[in-house]
Design a protein around this ligand. Sequence first.
Ligand code: FES
Ligand code: FES
Length: 134
Amino acid sequence: MAYSEKVIEHYENPRNVGAFGADDDGVGTGMVGAPACGDVMKLQIRVNPATGLIEDARFKTYGCGSAIASSSLVTEWVKGKTLDQALAIKNTSIAEELALPPVKIHCSILAEDAIKAAVADYRQRHVATDAGAA
Ligand code: FES
Ligand code: FES
């Protein structure tokens, strides 16, 4: 399996690896797994309650190079975005940016699902704040 240069670049220099404390204020956590291969991706966002913007993100991915690159890429993409803008990130954009081959498309779907899960978790735990910022 030949990885694209962009996948290898993210794989070798992953951005925003790590985790926020689960109880940190303003954090939403998404944890998703790919049934096809058993890979697991944890993605967290930290939202500034005053602006409603995602100011930081972290990920930990137990998976293939494409899954690691996909999560690294989306942690960069979500920064500075509103929650709705983050939800609009499509796996097809991730796959295109990383030049993923068809068998690796599900790795980018994992990243899209992880963002959606993180936003949903944030919204569930910060109902008032989110509504106020909207
Ligand atoms: Fe091998 Fe995902 S199937 S890392
Ligand atoms: Fe399953 Fe990449 S091979 S996430």
